[in-house]
Design a binder for this molecule. Sequence first.
Ligand SMILES: Cc1cc2nc3c(=O)[nH]c(=O)nc-3n(C[C@H](O)[C@H](O)[C@H](O)COP(=O)(O)O)c2cc1C
Length: 546
Amino acid sequence: MTTATQVKTNDSGIRSKAEKGIGKWFGSSTAVKYDQDGIKAIFENTDKPAYIVRAEDGRVGVADSIGTDDKSDLVTAELLTTLPAYLPEQLGDAAFKEAYGLKYNYMTGAMANGIGSADLVIAGSKAGILSSFGAGGMVLNKVEEGIRKIQASVGDGAYAVNLIHSPAEEALERNAAELFMNLGVRVVEASAFMDLTPHIVRYRASGLSKGSDGAVVIKNRVISKISRLEVAEKFLRPAPDFILDGLVSNKLITPEQAELAKLVPMADDIIVEADSGGHTDRRSLVCLLPSIIALRNTVQHELKYKQEVRVGAGGGIGTPESLLAAFAMGAAFAVTGSINQATRESGSSDHVRKILAQADSTDVMMAPAADMFELGVKLQVLKKGSLFGLRAQKLYDAYVDCESLDDIPVKERESMEKTIFKDTLENIWASCVSFFEERDPEQIDRARGNPKRKMALVFRWYLGLSSAWANGGEQGREMDYQIWCGPAMGAFNGWVKGSRLESWEHRHVADVAGELLKGGAYLFRLQYLEMYGIHLHPTYREVKVK
Ligand SMILES: Cc1cc2nc3c(=O)[nH]c(=O)nc-3n(C[C@H](O)[C@H](O)[C@H](O)COP(=O)(O)O)c2cc1C
């Protein structure tokens, strides 16, 4: 004989150490399930409460209702606890959803060159998530075209547009910010900032006014993506006086706007970005997120904003477990990137979608970045199905080892021309000259007197084109596709294996988000049972996409 204090395991895979329940459950005999499949089905209905019960013989089961009108079918059991309903839309901070008019606290981060396409943004907006248009790297008239398409389709619906800091070509950042202001873009995802610039401050401040109650009205929202504390702090605080003064003197904002800007933070929201696809500091989310939340709390304590800056999390999220982990650590909202490139709406090519859908989480590597090649900056790319990472690294090594193209050992140069460039380096240089003569002739002038610089421009030809080949699906160049991707992609693939989402053909951005959120809510609800000393067999934590 066992006593109630002994751990009881049974078919249901649920154990309880509780000596006594919290009351009595009574209901229909068909409402209680003692088998794992039946119980899992009840748990999966996260929109309905469930009742954890213990029968007289000690079996622990789960009922999907309480009470019954049919007295002849009435059974009773000890009630161990009630499991409340919990919906995917409850994950995260409701203030984020309210601020942007969303259904879920979920955002798809920008993906450059229109990989985060207008279609992706429109699909996200219609599903009640916030999607950011990947304006980085696109020419201005294409950015405008994309924004107009989004605006025409979503109406008052939410969307964001990416503003990338561009220290090397300031005009890019200035023109983009001006375009966004002219087109009435109300949410900007600001990324790659190391410091505040007049352009992002102007965007923010030019949308400020005083409401009839005297409170500051913020029209231009900023969601700043960061992976460093000192940058986070700049966005958590109001814009600095010297930038505001400069903007007022140049008549780019009014004196009143400058005064109002001193009362509000630079950003409404911060995305803490951990190890991710593309440019990444490869930080660990479990370390970075708590420290940025603590910093936000310190600044909030000091400045007492009416609405505190919300902190969201991205980087590595590709499973319900990782999504829930972000929320459990206090993220107001979750951000995904890599997993969205493999969806039908992304601006990438089918070949890329296909190989992304086959990747494991370790099939990624760091490779030299085109934009900051000379500085040795790297970004994260897909390793499986493309040789880009290895080839780009070979070019970077040659750049470090040699002083000029002529300095490269003959054999190595021949191998580069044959496998990487598929042309002579002289011809590639000629292409660079004609490209830059139209776009930025100074680059050529500087390279003519500097053979190392010339070598960098030639190598950057490959790094620049390889992402365009990937997006455009350039035939014959598949092994050179530069595909920005983080480990989240492989984690996602592992999770959806065997489900309808295994095949890239069936992946849609809203569906992917919906399944992740559903899974996150399911897991969150189960976590609650631990508080009552109710332990579940690990199979209950397997979240399957149907
Ligand atoms: C293909 C690709 C392109 C990206 N391009 C940009 C970009 O232009 N601007 C930006 O702020 N973030 C960019 N990101 C980062 C994402 O917006 C997002 O923050 C990140 O991917 C989240 O991490 P994850 O890849 O682990 O999901 C890109 C990511 C990917 C995968």
